[in-house]
Every structure is written in C-alpha cells, then in structure tokens.
Design a protein around this ligand. Structure first.
Ligand code: NAP
Ligand code: HSE
Length: 328
C-alpha cells in the first residue's frame, strides 16, 4: 500500500479543518484511493500559538522544512493573502508537487499563471474551496463547459455578508453584533473588511469568470460595493415591504466575448431565485446556452465546508472515487 506525504500551509479555521478530516477519514481515504495519507508538516506564522494536538507532525514557521523533504507529494494551502502564498505554490509546482488552495485573494490574481505552470509541470492544482466554500461550483462548471457555454453567472458569493443580512432581518440585531458572530464562527476573514466591503465576492467572481469565459474583465470596470453601509433599519424597512437585501455578484458575456458585471447589495422580492437563501449559505445561478439555468446552494464558509471541498479536490487528484467527507 502506498503512502502519500502532504503538508498543510496555515493552521487557522481552514487548515485545522483539513487536518481533522484527513485524520478522522484516514481509513476511508485509504480504501477509496489506495493511499495512506501522512501529514508531514504544518506551516504557520507563529509556532508559539496554542493549538490542537497534532502528534507526529512538525509545526514550523519555515517553508524550507516542506521543500527540503523530497517525499512531499501534495500541499494544502490555507494561508492569508497574495504572498507568500503565490511564491510558495509556484515553487511547489515547479518541484512537481500537487497543490490545493483555498486562498481566493491569491488565486483571483495568480490563478491563470499557476494553472499554466501546473500544466507545464504535469502536476494538478485544486481550487474548489476558493469560491463559495463547500458548494462544488468549480467542478460543476468544468463539467458543464465540456458541452455547453456559460452566458451568465450570478450569486451570493460571500457567506459573511449573507449571514449578517440574515441575522439583521431574522433577529433584528445591529450590524456589528452580526459581524462578531460571523467572526466567532470562522466565516469572516481575519480582517473582515473585504467580506463586508464586497472585495471577497468580487475575487470569487473573477475566478468564475476565468473559468467560465476564459478571461476576466478589467478589474476597474467592475463596480464593487459591500453591505457595510446597510443598517438594521434599512433591513427592517425592506422586510416590512416583503423585500430582502442580498449581496449579489453578477457577470455575463456579450456577443464579442467580453465579460462585464457588478458586485453589490440588491433588494429583491419573493419571485427572485435568491430570496430564500439565508445564513452562511451561498448560491450560484449559472445560465448556459443549452442547459438553461442551474442553481447550486450550500454553505459558503466555515471550517468543515471549506476543508471538505479541499479534501474533495485531494480525492479527485489522487483517488479513484470522489466523495465529500464531513466528519459526524
Ligand atoms: P485564519 O483562521 O486566519 O488562519 C490563517 C492561517 O494562516 C494561520 O494559521 C496563520 O498562522 C497562517 N498564516 C498566515 N500567513 C502566513 C504566512 N505568511 N506564512 C505561514 N502561515 C501563515 O484563516 P482561515 O479562515 O483558515 O483562511 C485561510 C485561507 O482560506 C484564506 O486565504 C481564506 O481567504 C481562505 N478561505 C477561508 C474560508 C473560511 O470559511 N474561513 C473559506 C474559504 C477560503 P498563525 O496561526 O501562526 O497565525
Ligand atoms: N470570508 C469568506 C466568506 C470565507 O465569508 O464567504 C469563504 O470564502
């Protein structure tokens, strides 16, 4: 029986989720893929921080510990921001190591370059978790595109924003209180300003644009607004009229193949397909030439949904069969 050695970069909400699933589902992974998975090292910023026990795993603040080990076959990346993540993944790919990332800030900008690099080195790159958390939109689009053309994608792509809007409506709590709860549940980024300011949803939309249309629009051409100027009183007024605030990212392609779109809060009525999507859920409506409209809905953030998407990528890369794994 073969062993595959992996490293995890980042041990916050997502990195810890990956560790937990890989440990808890070790036997299932072995029977599905034929591989025994061994977590060799975990890279963090601060090795003195108190964390869950990880027996037999080296916790390090040096990426060299990963690259000096010639047996590492795959890296899970769940750190913050464009760099050093891009540098680390570029180096990993160049060394023939498969990579799986959740880092949308990095991937929205550098995804096309990493995919190209991965192709040239014959390694695999998984990025399902960059967009819509546990919702399998990336794999769905890849499958759809084999025989169809996407015309438009619209959706709720930020779990924190949808959670806050829902809390304000259902529990009548102030914005700040709802945001604090989103942070404590591990939905929001360490710095939540990109969640509530719309940039996080924008980046995910750019990743989807690359995949669906083969290109991104010019970033400056997209109007990006967040939910940060919406007060509980605005939500109440809308609710009294039978309307709901949703933060919607929208992109479509014109006849010349040019994508254009917008990101921002919209007030919608009960006839809108995103009216009933509450809490941390994300939803994506994909309009295609032949299929028509397909809607995917599910948890858009949080430890297990996100880590599950990454383990699903792992199974896709190394396994014979794929199955979403969520510990009971
Ligand atoms: P987090 O809880 O803040 O954890 C980040 C981890 O990365 C920490 O362990 C931190 O180390 C480590 N780290 C940060 N910069 C580093 C560096 N330069 N070198 C080494 N380690 C570094 O963040 P998270 O929520 O797990 O998110 C991780 C990534 O996944 C982000 O890119 C995020 O956008 C993305 N993501 C998150 C979610 C979610 O629901 N949370 C969903 C999808 C995607 P220390 O522990 O030492 O500080
Ligand atoms: N902060 C992000 C969100 C995490 O709330 O959607 C998932 O990408």
């Amino acid at each position: 029986m073969s062993t595959i050695k992996v490293a995890i970069l980042g041990f916050g909400t997502v990195g810890e989720g990956i560790y937990r699933i890989l440990k808890e589902k070790k036997n299932e992974i072995k029977s599905q893929t034929g591989f025994t998975i061994e977590i060799s090292s975990i890279v963090v910023r601060d090795v003195t921080k108190k964390r869950i026990e990880t027996p037999g795993v080296k916790i390090t603040d040096s990426i060299h510990d990963v690259f000096e080990n010639p047996d590492i076959g795959l890296i899970f990346e769940a750190i913050i921001g464009e760099d050093p993540a891009f540098t680390y993944l570029s180096k990993a790919i160049s060394k023939g190591i498969n990579v799986i990332t959740a880092n949308k800030a990095m991937f929205a900008k550098h995804g096309p370059a990493l995919i190209k690099l991965a192709k040239s080195h014959h390694v695999k790159i998984g990025f399902e978790a960059t967009t819509a958390g546990g919702v399998p939109i990336i794999r769905t689009l890849e499958n759809l595109l084999k025989a169809d053309q996407v015309r438009r994608i619209q959706g709720i792509l930020n779990g924190t924003s949808n959670f806050i809007l829902t809390k304000m409506r259902q529990d009548n709590v102030p914005f700040e209180v709802a945001l604090e709860e989103a942070q404590s549940k591990g939905y929001a980024e360490a710095d939540p300003s990109d969640d509530i300011g719309g940039k996080d949803a924008f980046r995910k939309l750019m990743i989807l644009s690359d995949l669906a249309f083969g290109r991104q629009p010019k970033w400056d051409d997209i109007a990006v607004n967040g939910i940060d100027k919406i007060h509980a009183s605005d939500v109440l007024t809308a609710t009294e009229k039978g309307l709901r605030y949703r933060h919607i990212a929208d992109i479509s392609i014109d006849e010349d193949g040019t994508p254009s779109g917008s990101v921002g809060p919209v007030v919608i009525g009960s006839d809108h397909p995103l009216y009933g999507v509450d809490g941390v859920d994300n939803a994506i409506i994909v309009d295609t030439e032949y299929l028509g409209a397909l809607t995917l809905i599910g948890p858009g953030a949080g430890m297990y949904p996100t880590a599950s998407a990454m383990v699903s990528d792992f199974l896709h890369i190394v396994g014979k069969r794929e199955k979403i794994l969520i510990p009971s």
